[in-house]
Design a protein around this ligand. Structure first.
Ligand code: THU
Length: 159
């Protein structure tokens, strides 16, 4: 059997190794965790998006007693941005999370549904979304959601 070899490189660094604009975006994701409504999981996730025009849009996870009715921080931010500024591609997305013990030591990564939504954004605007995953011990830097979702289903897949 042949194999398909997929080479994925994820950067690992401390926030101060990143450009100031990205450090600020991480701070905004951390700030956004405070807007989480998560009485069920007690896990507060914050997302901050940098649009091509320099604007930042923030989002936080919103839960519901009817469980599937809630929404992750990433999609809250992305759909807010898309609903109000549909002409603006998303350049960078920063994500941070807090549990009962404070900010998570390890970077938090988007769930599968959020990865698929970020993929649709890349496909829509033909531009990769840079993703900064914050943890107090390290930040992961992902060049495109394709590195988190190596085999992709997009509109062209249906042709
Ligand atoms: N959550 C996010 O907001 N983003 C993620 O990347 C993973 C999970 C939320 C959903 C739910 O409100 C809580 O975290 C626990 O799963």
């Amino acid at each position: 059997m042949k194999t398909i070899d997929i080479n994925i490189k994820i950067g690992v660094c401390q926030p101060d190794e990143l450009p100031l604009e990205e450090q600020k975006l991480i701070e905004q994701a951390i700030e956004a965790t405070k807007n989480s409504y998560s009485p069920y999981s007690h896990f507060s996730v914050g997302a901050a998006l940098l649009l091509n025009n320099g604007e930042v849009v923030m989002g936080a996870n919103q839960e519901n007693a009817a469980f599937p009715s809630g929404l992750c921080a990433e999609r809250s931010a992305i759909f807010a941005a898309q609903s109000t500024r549909p002409d603006q591609p998303i350049q960078t997305l920063a994500i941070a999370a807090r549990n009962g013990g404070g900010l998570t030591p390890q970077p938090i990564v988007p769930c599968g549904a959020c990865r698929q939504v970020i993929l649709e954004i890349e496909d829509r605007y033909k531009q990769p979304v840079r993703i900064l995953l914050y943890g107090t011990e390290a930040v992961y830097v992902v060049r495109s959601v394709k590195d988190l979702l190596p085999l992709q289903f997009v509109s062209d897949s249906m042709k």
